[in-house]
Design a protein around this ligand. Structure first.
Ligand code: CU
Length: 309
């Protein structure tokens, strides 16, 4: 459901409420036939519009869209007829039922873009049909003459109001398209981040057999740039890297902490004869000491320096 769809449903509900209000006010001026025509037109319009809406929303599931649409159409039709009496209610009910069924089939068959156009047409029909209240009583004959000079302004005003209202609804659809494109922009932005990851500064640290040292033992990286550290352990025993109190954002870690000693901020563990890597972004400059946490290794010289510029 997009904003435009909510707009359509709100307009349908508003139209039905306007019919109820107008019916109460103008009931005396309308004949039974007038009332039945209004109930039928409104019920049919509401059913058709709701049908196209749900038909296009639930494309591929005509059963559900038909059920929902005939329910909406029938309720709308009854609502439009109930203030006039039983006959009009029945008329509205059947028209809504039929409109909902036909609308759902139409919505099922047409594309999304076509359904937007169709919804606009049907919405125009529905809202314009409200004018029946003002056209029908006059056709009785008694009030048919032009009494005020401003009479021609009314249809014009109505037209302008209706047009701006519907344009507003369409704007919702455009906004949706805009937000869709901004989502894809964000997506592209995400891709840019991905390519930044690919451009990450790569640091490879080797640990040679029985050497108890890192090669190289000093690494320089740049602040706020994605950095990947690969620890290639060629030794027969496990080694790792630990850096305390370093500010960084971790992006990925192939092998997570296996034997952290308390308070460690950064940890990368490589099992015997294997390698491990971590991608992170250092967020503070400084010189950090790194070392191996396996007992005795640090003391044997497994230390190094990470300089964040
Ligand atoms: Cu070690």
């Amino acid at each position: 459901m997009s904003l435009f769809h909510y707009f359509v449903l709100a307009t349908l509900t508003g139209s039905a409420i306007l019919v109820i209000l107008n019916a109460r006010k103008l009931r005396e001026r309308l004949t039974n036939m007038h009332a039945m025509i209004i109930a039928m037109v409104m019920g049919m319009n509401i059913g058709l519009t709701a049908g196209v809406l749900f038909g296009s929303l639930y494309q591929g599931d005509l059963y559900s869209s038909t059920l929902i649409s005939i329910a909406v159409g029938a309720i709308g039709g009854i609502a439009c007829g109930i203030s006039f009496g039983t006959l009009s209610s029945i008329e509205g009910f059947m028209s809504g039922l039929m409109g909902g069924m036909m609308g759902a089939m139409l919505g099922e068959m047409i594309s999304h873009e076509q359904s937007t156009v169709m919804l606009n047409i049907l919405l125009t029909l529905t809202t314009s049909s409200l004018l029946l209240f003002y056209i029908l009583p006059n056709s009785k004959g008694c009030e048919n003459k032009v009494s005020k000079k401003s009479w021609f302004l009314k249809p014009l005003l109505t037209f302008v109001l209706l047009l701006s209202f519907l344009l507003f609804g369409n704007q919702l659809d455009n906004n949706l398209a805009l937000s869709d494109s901004s989502i894809s922009d964000k997506h592209n932005h995400g891709n840019q981040n991905d390519s930044k990851l690919e451009e990450a500064q790569n640091v490879i640290l080797n640990v040679h057999p029985s050497d108890f040292s890192y090669s190289p033992s000093e690494i320089i990286v740049e602040k706020n740039q994605a950095t990947s550290i690969t620890l290639n352990n060629h030794d027969q025993i496990d080694h790792d890297i630990e850096i305390k109190n370093i500010s960084f954002q971790e992006s990925s870690n192939s092998q997570h902490t296996e034997h952290t000693t308390g308070g460690a901020d950064f940890h990368l563990h490589a099992s015997a004869n294997s390698s491990a890597d971590i991608t992170f972004t250092p967020t503070k400059t400084g010189i950090y000491e790194f070392y191996c946490t396996i007992p005795g290794h640090k003391e044997s010289g497994m230390t190094g320096k990470l300089i964040v510029k």
